[in-house]
Design a protein around this ligand. Structure first.
Ligand code: ATP
Length: 206
């Protein structure tokens, strides 16, 4: 796992240089509101353009202003899970999972059956998404992200919208993804205890 980031970011009046070098499976970004955590994830995903700098994931350069490299989001091979699941309300769980799937099942790194089993969502496939609990919806969102066959998974406070009990239910699934899926993960959170249960390395953005 390798992540090399050195970027200058600007959003309105916010301006910051962020440097992260990590070989960890799960790299956590911790820091107060407004520290730039979401902005950094968006820069990695290609949704925010850094003023300058370089972003390299697993040896692949996604952005390098000096070399004029700026891959569009759909070519970055990144899965993104947000605070809210953002599932498509008009599709059932199966079609949410199949949305954005790349490659054929046979040669896909993350297969449909393996991912639904890993996340314990096999029994939900025919359900409409509006009837899911918050934790179930997050597991489907995570499955959808993994089935897009990413090289890197970004998670922006995936537990923040859940109550304490649901949070406790979801954490073991996040640990399973960490342990059984060979994929670097960048995990944003406000909660140090949550980060300590999930991350190998913690970067604090002040
Ligand atoms: N589109 C925008 N236009 C102007 N300013 C922005 C924009 N997006 C973010 N900012 C500012 O950039 C700074 C960093 O925001 P960001 O959302 O990255 O912080 P964060 O660390 O993720 O915070 P939180 O934990 O509250 O999500 C904030 O001061 C925010 O107000």
């Amino acid at each position: 796992m390798s992540l090399r980031i050195d970027v200058a970011l600007r959003r309105g009046g916010f301006q910051r240089r962020i440097r992260i070098e990590s070989e960890a499976r799960v790299t956590a970004l911790l820091g107060p509101s407004g520290a730039g955590k979401t902005t950094l994830l968006n820069a990695i995903a290609g949704l925010v353009r850094p003023v300058r700098g370089r972003i390299q994931v697993e040896g692949r350069v996604l952005f390098d202003d000096a070399a004029r490299i700026d891959l569009p989001p759909h070519l970055r091979r990144i899965g993104y899970v947000f605070q809210d699941a953002r599932l498509f309300p008009h599709l059932d769980v199966r079609h949410n999972l199949r949305y954005g799937r790349h490659g054929r099942d046979g040669d896909a790194r993350f297969g449909f059956d393996a991912i639904t089993a890993l996340l314990g969502i096999g029994h939900l496939l025919d359900r409409r998404t509006r009837n899911l609990s918050g934790g179930e919806a997050q597991r489907v969102a995570l499955g959808r992200a993994l089935l897009s066959q990413p090289d890197l998974l970004l998670m922006d406070e995936p537990l923040a919208a859940l109550d304490e009990a649901r949070r406790g239910e979801l954490i073991p699934y996040l640990q399973r993804v960490r342990d059984e899926v060979r994929l670097p993960i960048v995990y944003v959170s406000h909660q140090r205890d949550e980060v300590e249960r999930l991350a190998d390395e913690v970067h604090v953005l002040e």
